[in-house]
Design a protein around this ligand. Structure first.
Ligand SMILES: Nc1ncnc2c1ncn2[C@@H]1O[C@H](COP(=O)(O)OP(=O)(O)OP(=O)(O)O)[C@@H](O)[C@H]1O
Length: 260
């Protein structure tokens, strides 16, 4: 493991009223790692993710990004350094695909011709046809295409870290698989550090190097899928069993030849 984690949470707590949304969590994300955060609804996943780029502030504990305490970094500058992909794409509906992707470079004051070149490069990277998609509004895109634009926008300022909040959750299974695989390739190719929230343990196992399991604001377990399978937590074992149970049910329902 490299000496300096890309993101480090040390005993981090964040409450909303009397509810501890994130409760005393310590977690390191190594440089170049793909970490999935899984857990039920309301377990604190989004809060944990957003603490890293100060969309939410911690009540206690320390968070560092690339060795710097996030409290010492201007939140706007921090967010430009860290890509963020929203569940629904989070695109500005009145801006074209090109303008959505170019928004951060524009805010950073990059010249128009450099932005235009970067937009084309990013469209290619996320496998969207430039001519067909550049000038469209988000409403004229499919859900999968919108998420591809969301990924392109998150990468526009060349971040080394990308946070993704259930990026592919709302997509049909085939599109979801394709986007997951394509993003995984980008993660490797660009040497990114990725933290991705997902409800889907199969997706977590297939995409991530390590998985963090949240429950009731606590980090219940963290590790590779193999490490988690040795967990003493019944909830973690139950989550890990889900993909296999689904396969068994499918195998029982589908005739062998039809499944081929
Ligand atoms: N701004 C807020 N004000 C009050 N309570 C909040 C706020 N944000 C989150 N919470 C509460 O904190 C807890 C954790 O929320 P969080 O969004 O982090 O969970 P999650 O695991 O991401 O859930 P989901 O999978 O449903 O998105 C929940 O009980 C939620 O209602």
């Amino acid at each position: 493991m490299p000496s300096k984690p890309a993101i480090s949470y040390q005993k981090v707590t964040r409450s909303f009223g009397s509810l501890k949304a994130v409760d005393h969590v310590s977690l390191d994300v190594a440089e170049g790692e793909f970490l999935a955060i899984v857990g039920g609804s309301g377990s604190g996943k989004t809060t944990l993710l957003r603490l890293a780029n100060r969309l939410i502030e911690a009540d206690a504990g320390t968070i560092t990004v690339e060795g710097e305490n996030v409290q010492d970094v201007d939140p706007v500058a921090l967010r430009r350094r860290i890509g963020y992909v929203f569940q629904s794409g989070g695109l500005f509906p009145h801006l074209s695909v090109a303008d959505n992707i170019g928004i951060t470079p524009r805010l950073l004051g990059e010249p128009a011709n450099a932005i235009a070149m970067r937009v084309d490069e990013l469209l290619e990277l996320v496998q969207l046809d430039r001519t067909a998609h550049r000038d469209r509004l988000p409403e004229a895109l499919s859900g999968g295409q919108r998420q591809r634009v969301g990924v392109a926008r998150a990468l526009a300022a060349r971040p080394r870290i990308v946070l993704m909040d259930e990026p592919f959750g709302a997509l049909d299974p085939l599109t979801r698989d394709a986007l997951g695989d394509d993003y995984h390739s980008l993660h490797r190719k660009l040497g990114l550090t990725t933290v991705m929230i997902t409800h889907d343990m199969t997706e977590a196992i297939l995409l991530a190097d390590r998985i963090a399991v949240m429950r009731g604001g606590r980090l219940l377990a963290q590790g590779t899928p193999a490490e988690l399978s040795n967990s003493s937590e019944a909830y973690v074992l139950e989550l890990l069993r889900t993909p296999r149970r689904q396969v068994e049910r499918l195998n029982a329902l589908l005739p062998a030849s039809g499944a081929a």
